[in-house]
Design a binder for this molecule. Structure first.
Ligand code: ADP
Length: 450
């Protein structure tokens, strides 16, 4: 086989195990290769040397004998010379071949180990089959992905271990996508590659299957598509919001004018309702415009303590906050951040209003604002002792238009706009919540003095 021998002696005897990827001197093909690989020039050279040494030694012996007895019969000497030479050469050749065979085996075993470790570390599922499509090797990812134990997989038909919708065409190399069923019955979409491994004579000796689970990739694709859809929705909404803005301002001013004139009770009430609703539409329009405003407009050094004080000061006069105890724990010497102050102000007001809504109807309502800084970031948190955010709602609160408030009360844009503003500044917004406590924390990179 080109690349790696899969089947060892165990494969021939019908037994298979995963630890025998590479065992080269075990069958006739391997033996032929061994003969071809063996260093014949080395063997011929060393044999010739040995031959010369033995012959030389006997020649010296012969000279010594002849000098003492010129007429001596040397027949036995020549006979033993021939025997010693041929015996010596045979022993030398056999020893050399055996020693070489062992060395090759050791090297191959090392390769075998390395291949196994490499395949074992692969994230993809890798299976090798013999010529009869029985599994001879499976890596750890295969155990994890297909739900079989290693020992159960070895020796089983590939179709059983890897039931692929549409089957596997074992005759050709190919890459395709198909549904795969695991041992536990889970069905998943997979990217499959089938490789036919040939021996030196071009005959199919084994096959390899590489499988990648596409579930996560598909999920990520879907998320990407969703955020792209949201982004284009944001653009569209911003366009519409701009168009709605002008007529709304006109309606608002007309209502204000009408409210200044004496009216009957019914008209006064209705005008108030119309005004509140127009204000509400105005807020949604402003939120939508903010959502798609270019991120780095009007950036300037901003002091979060000032913003916190302004926001709290503003909210104190709001009728909804009358029985709320505001606490501010603001760090002295807080570094500034680079931001658009009015957008951060909007974030704070959003968070405070949410805290106010969450504590509605409670006897002891508290909202605590804290600021502090570390080496890289300036932090601000808004904490309330309200009802908390239910665990099933928590993952969705930053989604645009997600709200648990009654129709007419929540737009579901406050947190998504805040998140958008914070990420635009290179910062982030996090939330921790439990019944009786919710804490939103903002972090923004400290201003760097260049
Ligand atoms: P809205 O306030 O218009 O509903 P937001 O995006 O500001 O939109 O908030 C989304 C949802 O997050 C709210 O409807 C509410 O369920 C939840 N939420 C936000 N802040 C709090 C809080 N402090 N306590 C409890 N729930 C909150």
């Amino acid at each position: 086989m080109r690349g790696a021998d899969v089947a060892g002696p165990e494969a021939e005897s019908g037994k298979f195990h995963a630890g025998n990827l590479y065992c080269p001197v075990s069958d006739s093909t391997s033996f032929r290769r061994f003969l071809a690989d063996v260093r014949f020039p080395y063997l011929a050279g060393t044999s010739f040397l040995l031959f010369g040494l033995i012959f030389g030694a006997f020649q010296l012996l012969e000279i010594t004998i002849r000098s003492g007895n010129p007429g001596a019969d040397l027949t036995y000497l020549h006979l033993s010379r021939g025997m010693v030479t041929s015996g010596g050469l045979v022993i030398w050749i056999i020893w050399t071949l055996y020693e070489y065979r062992d060395r090759i085996r050791t090297v191959m075993r090392q390769h075998d180990d390395q291949y196994q470790r490499l395949l074992g570390a692969a994230v993809e599922t890798i299976l090798l089959t013999d010529d009869h499509h029985r599994v001879v090797y499976a890596n750890t990812a295969a155990e994890r992905e297909l739900g079989w134990t290693l020992t159960d997989m070895i020796g089983k038909p590939l179709t059983e271990v890897l039931p692929v919708a549409g089957g596997v065409d074992a005759a050709r190399n190919r890459r395709w996508e198909a549904d795969v069923t695991t041992h536990t019955g889970r069905v998943f979409r997979a990217d499959l590659t089938h490789v036919v491994l040939l021996d030196e004579d071009g005959r199919r000796e084994a096959c390899g299957v590489i499988l990648r689970d596409l579930t996560e990739t598909r999920l990520r694709q879907a998320q990407l598509e969703r955020s792209e859809r949201l982004a284009s929705l944001g653009h569209m909404a911003a366009g519409v919001a701009h168009e709605i803005g002008n007529p709304l301002t006109a309606i608002s001013s007309i209502i204000q004018l009408m409210q200044k004139r004496p009216q009957d009770e019914f008209t006064t009430e209705q005008l108030q309702v119309v005004r509140e609703n127009v204000n509400r539409i105005n807020k949604i329009v402003r939120d939508l415009v903010d959502f798609s405003r270019p991120k780095r407009a009007d950036l300037a050094p901003t002091y979060l303590n000032d913003l916190a004080e302004q926001a709290v000061g503003l909210m104190r006069h709001d009728s909804r906050c009358r029985d709320i105890r505001f606490e501010a724990d603001l760090a002295a010497d807080l570094p500034t951040v680079t931001a658009t102050a009015d957008r951060l102000h909007q974030v704070l007001v959003n968070l405070i209003l949410n805290a106010v809504d969450a504590t509605a109807g409670q006897p002891d309502r508290q909202v605590r604002i804290r600021t502090w800084a570390d080496a890289d970031m300036v932090h601000l948190s808004v904490e309330d002792n309200g009802k908390g955010i239910p665990i099933e709602v928590l993952p969705r609160i930053f989604e645009p238009f997600f709200t648990t408030k009654d129709v007419g009360k929540g737009t579901g844009l406050g947190l998504s706009v805040s998140h958008h503003i914070l990420t635009g500044l290179g910062g982030r917004i996090d939330v921790e919540s439990e019944p009786g406590r919710t804490c939103f924390s903002l972090r923004i990179p400290r201003e760097t003095i260049s």
